[in-house]
Structure formats: C-alpha cells, structure tokens
Design a protein. Structure first.
Length: 181
C-alpha cells in the first residue's frame, strides 16, 4: 500500500497581524460573501496564488499545455483566454464560484449567511446530490443544477405587502366599529 500523506495547511497567514487596511478589507469581504472566518479568505488567496504560479510556469511551455490549463479553468467557470487573464484573477473571483455565493445569487436564500445555513443543514442539492459544504466549487455545468429541498424558508415581507396588510387591518377595524354602533 502507499504511505499516508501528511495533512498540510491550505493557507498562509498574513505576515503582518494587525494591518488595519487589510483587516477592514477582509471584514468587507466577510460580510459580502457571508464567510465564517478570515481563514476562508486566506484559503481563497492561496488557491488563486497556486493558479498564478501554474500560469507563470506555463509561459515557456507548449500551446497544448496552455490550452489544457485554460480549458480546465473555463470549465471551472472562470473566463480565461490567455495567461494575463489567469494572472489577473482575484480572491473575489474564487469566492464567487463557491456554492454559498451561488445559493445567495440564485435567490434561494435572503442573505449569504442564510445561504450558508441552508447548505450546512443539508437543504441544498447540486445535480440531485445533497451537498453540505459551503466552499464547494460550482463548475460551469453545475450552475443551473442547484435546487432547494422542499422546506419552508421565511421570506421577508416587502414594504408594499406591509402597507397592504396595514390597510386591510385598518379597514377591518373600521368595519367592526361600524357594526358595533
């Protein structure tokens, strides 16, 4: 049999622990994508960094190898035509491909945090299979195969509905007052 591989960290911590500009930027990203902690941002940075390193190593390689790499990234859902596109990828591009982000953008959830909760509680299926990992990377062919199990999700009433409800309640109160007179 083979040796067991050593489990390594999938991210690198920032060199400067208390950089206020970086912390504010990470807080904005955490709110936008509904992330659990900053480690998820660091993992995204690490994944994008690996793609950039691979692209840099392919500069001197044959066109066939480049095309295979570009095809792989296009299947993942990134729009890549040449090496400069790979080098311009950001952590936001990576975070946009997560299942949690897709559930929120497809309006299956009201907030990114609710999207995360629905995924963790096994209410989301991808291509008929239940997935409970918010960081699941949604490929191009799986984008339209997201589904919500039959559950009751509380929807926030819109302002117009609130106004209509208040008007109907006021009308009912007036009718009941007229009947008592």
């Amino acid at each position: 049999m083979g040796d067991i591989k050593r489990k390594r960290k999938l991210y690198r911590r920032p060199k400067k622990a208390f950089d206020s500009a970086r912390i504010e930027e990470e807080n904005v990203i955490m709110d936008k994508y509904g992330l659990k902690n900053k480690r998820e941002i660091w993992k995204a940075e690490s994944c994008v960094s690996k793609l950039r390193k691979r692209a840099k190593s392919l500069i001197s390689k044959s066109q066939d190898e480049k095309d295979k790499f570009f095809e792989k990234l296009n299947n993942m859902g990134f729009v890549i035509n040449d090496i400069s596109d790979v080098l311009s990828l950001t952590k936001e591009n990576w975070l946009d491909r997560r299942l949690q982000t897709f559930v929120f953008k497809k309006n299956l959830a009201n907030t990114p945090s609710q999207a995360r909760q629905l995924i963790v509680h096994k209410h989301i299926s991808v291509n008929g299979n239940i997935v409970n990992i918010p960081s699941f990377m949604v490929t191009k062919d799986l984008e339209n195969k997201l589904a919500l199990k039959n559950i009751n999700v509380k929807q926030k009433p819109k302002k117009e509905e609130k106004v209509e409800e208040e008007n109907t309640e006021e009308a009912e109160e007036e009718n009941s007052e007229e009947q008592t007179e």
